[in-house]
Write a protein that binds this ligand. Sequence first.
Ligand SMILES: *[C@@H]1O[C@H](CO)[C@@H](O)[C@H](O)[C@H]1NC(C)=O
Ligand SMILES: *[C@@H]1O[C@H](CO)[C@@H](O)[C@H](O)[C@H]1NC(C)=O
Ligand SMILES: *[C@@H]1O[C@H](CO)[C@@H](O)[C@H](O)[C@H]1NC(C)=O
Ligand SMILES: *[C@@H]1O[C@H](CO)[C@@H](O)[C@H](O)[C@H]1NC(C)=O
Ligand SMILES: *[C@@H]1O[C@H](CO)[C@@H](O)[C@H](O)[C@H]1NC(C)=O
Ligand SMILES: *[C@@H]1O[C@H](CO)[C@@H](O)[C@H](O)[C@H]1NC(C)=O
Length: 645
Amino acid sequence: MKKPVLHPIIILVTILLLLSESNSDPRTQIVEIMCGHQPEHNSTIYVPNFINTMENISVQMRSSGFGIAITGSHLDTNYGLAQCYGDLSLFDCVICYAEARTVLPQCFPANGGRIFLDGCFMRAENYSFFHEFTGPTDHPVCGNVTRRDVRFQDSVRRALSRTVLDAPSRNGYARAEVGNGNNSAYVLADCWRTISANACRACLKNASNSIMGCLPMSEGRALNTGCFMRYSDTNFLNDVPENGNSRGAVIVIIIVAVSAAAVLIIGTVIGVYMWRRRTIQQKRKGISDADKMVKILNDSSLNFKYSTLEKATNSFDEANKLGQGGFGTVYKGVLQDGREIAVKRLFFNNKHRAADFYNEINIISSVEHKNLVRLLGCSCSGPESLLVYEYLPNKSLDRYIFDSSKGKTLNWEKRFEIIIGTAEGLVYLHENTRIRIIHRDIKASNILLDSRLRARIADFGLARSFQEDKSHISTAIAGTLGYMAPEYLAHGQLSEKVDVYSFGVLLLEIVTGRQNNRSKTSEYTDSLVTIAWKHFQQKTTEDLYDSNLMLHSCNNNMSVKSEILRVVHVGLLCTQEISSLRPSMSKALQMLVKKDEQLPAPTSPPFMDEKTMELNDTSDNPILPFQHGDDASNAGISHSIFYPR
Ligand SMILES: *[C@@H]1O[C@H](CO)[C@@H](O)[C@H](O)[C@H]1NC(C)=O
Ligand SMILES: *[C@@H]1O[C@H](CO)[C@@H](O)[C@H](O)[C@H]1NC(C)=O
Ligand SMILES: *[C@@H]1O[C@H](CO)[C@@H](O)[C@H](O)[C@H]1NC(C)=O
Ligand SMILES: *[C@@H]1O[C@H](CO)[C@@H](O)[C@H](O)[C@H]1NC(C)=O
Ligand SMILES: *[C@@H]1O[C@H](CO)[C@@H](O)[C@H](O)[C@H]1NC(C)=O
Ligand SMILES: *[C@@H]1O[C@H](CO)[C@@H](O)[C@H](O)[C@H]1NC(C)=O
């Protein structure tokens, strides 16, 4: 597939900008995101309009640190505004805006929202709000560290009133530093460029009054409809650009480069770049943000454009839906070159910085093994987070083993091959990669089958990305209760043995064709693990075998039967209650393969309380606090929970 190529001149200029001003801070910390309360009118139209708006603004941000755009018509019109505060360089502005546009779509499906970051602001609505400067959501956000120092408070007041006076006549932006030493106060005031000087004055007066209420705290920020204001006892302001003309110069270079002798200009740019680089390297030690950005610009093979994926899936057409996992809905897609892909549309946007998420994806995508589904890339900074995987036509294992007719496709030989493949994939994740990955969500629906029905583990590494997102993890967990190790379920204790437990459950499911977490008829049935253990003790394991194993058609029935029994045995060793007794994945694999090795007797699996409990979005569950009951009910989750003793 042809990836969009950034114009080399733009890249050079970006690098130039970035090196010349990289000792500054884009201040991407999010102060607050405020979402509207009305749902958008029509998603089919809203989403592309919103994307258009953000793309359009993006172009303007790069050249002026400010942008507005209007896309669409009637009820579905999208109005957007974004602005970086006056002390940000254009390069930092691009970074701050990237963060803003990644996070603001969290408001979806609300038809609007605002996000205040420490370095920039963005707002989108379905009406023209450009001239608004006051409103009911205006409020201060105060720090939590007290500064009793009266002189500091005096500095703050003076700095605030100075910026209120200055800003309206200076394009809406002013900064002030008042006091000296530890009495210093630093203030930034910024009005959106769409409001008049009078509106700016009114907005800043209100903002200034409201954050004075933060004193004696060391920090105060006003999040107003038409302006942003902040005071602090630490100097958060970026240095005044050493040379006010430098931005202008760069823009001139771009224009000249595009219109005239590009080669010559590129030469000049490189020359200037080399020179800047040398002087800057002498001056400074770390340029980690800059490094990161260069990496992202260059290493763009993982980046898919949102519009490309949207087209590939026919706008996420229901007809292309492959399934729903713990982390999102999966769609089949076809790229323009005919390549088939699977696109996972994550349930909600990642709350990480786009760059962090991107790095995570970068790591996961570098993990390669014949039994792991390949992650091809993502759309990390678009309006939604999308992951792109290779497409596997045969879907997932659960569709076979839990279906009495499709189950016939998988005889014992095939199933054993799937078991070994899954074990090998897990050994690789646990032991052989640069990073240790605990999957946490091993289950039949996460084992995909390739064209020759060999196992490929899906969704590995994702939990890593979402570690901080407790609500999401609990949603993911809830889908998979039957597979969860007791120590993880009850105490959140996480180790490789959690995967070993799930793998054990999977083995029993593959042999029996029964699902561990489904008690279809009676609410008093044991879990599959308990049933298997009881039968194993009574040496009646054969009663449980899935009839689709088609043992009769096999000639060497005896050796096959002992192989199956061995798999059940290993399954029970893997699901022992005490995690330290469970084998490691490589040990489990060895047990499965080395048929003559003596296996220890399994100790008991976790005792499963026989009363089951329906989980729904109103349940007040002590183990799995659902913060997003809606997510759970939307995903149709209604499982039984077994409480460990
Ligand atoms: C949304 O807009 C599309 C395109 O105009 C239209 O086909 C669809 O029926 C609309 N959906 C609703 C719910 O109005
Ligand atoms: C951005 O939107 C404005 C109107 O809001 C329009 O005039 C302009 O052509 C758009 N630019 C791009 C690059 O789409
Ligand atoms: C904005 O969207 C809401 C909800 O869809 C709708 O009621 C309202 O009329 C829209 N406003 C404008 C100006 O289109
Ligand atoms: C103050 O706020 C910071 C940032 O929100 C937080 O990390 C810190 O724990 C808070 N300190 C106290 C004493 O509340
Ligand atoms: C403020 O700075 C002065 C000297 O610069 C020092 O003597 C004093 O202890 C400092 N006060 C506090 C509260 O840190
Ligand atoms: C600022 O404006 C808001 C909204 O109009 C109002 O509720 C608030 O009381 C004002 N605050 C001050 C300090 O004037």
